[in-house]
Design a protein around this ligand. Sequence first.
Ligand code: AP5
Ligand code: MG
Length: 214
Amino acid sequence: MKLIFLGAPGAGKGTIATAVSKEYGIPQVSTGDLFREAVKNGTELGQRVKGIMERGELVPDEVTVDLVRERLSRPDTAAGYILDGFPRTVPQAEALAGFQRLDAAINFKCGDEVVISRLSGRRVCRSCGAIYHVKNIPPRREGVCDRCGGELYTRDDDRDESIRNRLRVYREQTEPLISFYRRKSELREIDSAQSVEDSIRQLRPVLQALRKRS
Ligand code: AP5
Ligand code: MG
């Protein structure tokens, strides 16, 4: 299954993608994670995108498309994948359509208030990238990852000003993708303001139907 996960920052794309990736055995390809990895390793790409990400702006389309094209050329994605956070602009979606055939774009719907409270309380593991929330999905030991014992930190773009900017950028540049995929009859919608378990419960029949079709 070749899937795109769409949705506002904090809608739960990464959290749900991790669970679905495990359950269905298809890799999660998160452009945000790939960029954060590059920043952590201090690569040329990392140095280029660090400031852009901290401000909550988008990395230029050509850079992002090249990164995804390279990632999707690797054999582990041949049978399927979840693109988490890509595409994020109409030109990115058009570029993707030029080299991949998708099964569906799943849009995770969630109101602004929920999104803001999720982002302000998010903690991420520095070692394995596992996602937590101080209130909603707390780790067993404060500041420590349940999965690998790594240190939990607050993402540089989970600060008030950056969150506001990311939401603005989302409205202007990413939201138009909902009608883009609706026109292509590839859009499916999930209410992700509910719990993670309920969102996944709502998603399962959608994925089963796609699986049968492909
Ligand atoms: P990216 O990492 O993709 O960030 P984002 O889109 O802003 O999305 P988030 O990761 O913030 O939210 P999410 O939907 O994954 O939510 P999560 O599951 O973590 O991108 C970062 C930056 O990289 C961009 O700003 C840009 O600069 C650059 N970039 C990336 N892709 C790009 C592209 N294609 N083009 C250009 N630039 C690009 O959940 C959020 C919180 O809520 C967590 O704390 C979680 O524990 C909690 N939570 C999740 N689900 C629930 C639930 N159901 N109930 C309660 N709490 C929940
Ligand atoms: Mg994410």
